[in-house]
Ligand binder design. Structure first.
Ligand SMILES: [Zn+2]
Length: 258
């Protein structure tokens, strides 16, 4: 979409998870997409108007990109195996492409942030730092955790602590750092919020497991969904255990994670 102009927009319903913003069509049509970026799980398309289109895929949303057969939206679409009744929004671009948002469960959303109001938008304002950015380190993690009585693994899932760590990698990061997922989050910080050494170790572990997952998405998890198997850490005799924390499965080695 970058560098293309939105020539037409088809919005087939009034609402996804939330209603489309007022004037959605007029605020998009005729404007050029100058950049497409991401913050946490939000896709951000910056427009030549200065506004930013915010998109979340929800549970089942996805985009289909195909060449338009003609100038009309009802021109024959490409071969797809999805159900077109879930095609909720179609962008016709100056490049001749159609970009279609399909979302059977409709937990996705689209909104627009006015110029200068992106970081204060309610979807983004409370998000913690991106874990793979320079803004994330042990000191930042410790400060976010030092008043939290929740277990450290639960804190890692809190998107206000750090954005983008999901249930799998929260377990994997605790294993990498040799920290028990049951430890109090505040234990990685001093009473004033300064980082203890474990905060640095855990922050580095978060970065390491995410970078490893991006580099090799099919790699086996070290502990996730491996309950009952031997701990993969060399010289550890432990057995991976599954527990439930805040309604989510956690996997860890009780022998080497303290
Ligand atoms: Zn172990």
């Amino acid at each position: 979409m970058t560098g293309t102009r939105v020539e037409a927009l088809l919005v087939r319903r009034a609402t996804l998870r939330i209603p489309f913003p007022a004037g959605f069509e007029e605020r998009l049509v005729g404007h050029t997409v100058t950049a497409v970026t991401r913050r946490a799980k939000y896709l951000l398309a910056t427009l030549s108007s200065g506004e930013t289109l915010i998109v979340h895929l929800g549970m089942s949303g996805w985009f289909r990109v195909e060449r338009a057969a003609g100038p009309e939206f009802d021109a024959e679409p490409g071969e797809t195996d999805d159900d077109p009744k879930h095609d909720h929004v179609v962008f016709r671009l100056s490049s001749g492409m159609l970009v279609t948002f399909n979302d059977p469960r409709r937990f996705g959303l689209m909104d627009l942030a006015a110029r200068g109001e992106l970081t204060s938008h309610k979807a983004l304002r409370d998000l913690g730092p991106e874990p793979l950015s320079a803004e994330f380190d042990g000191a930042v993690l410790a400060r976010a955790c030092h008043r939290r009585k929740t277990p450290i693994k639960v804190a890692l899932l809190d998107q206000t602590v750090v954005a983008g760590v999901g249930n799998i990698y929260a377990s994997e990061a605790c294993f990498e750092a040799r920290i028990s997922p049951k430890r109090k989050a505040s234990a990685i910080a001093t009473s004033t919020g300064a980082p203890k050494p474990q905060a640095q170790v855990l922050a580095a572990a978060v970065v390491k497991v995410l970078e490893r997952a991006i580099a090799k998405p099919t790699a086996r998890f070290k502990v996730y969904e491996r309950a009952g198997t031997a701990c993969p850490r060399r010289n550890c005799e432990g057995t991976i255990r599954r527990i439930v924390q805040a309604g989510r499965s956690t996997f860890y080695c009780p022998a080497c994670q303290r």
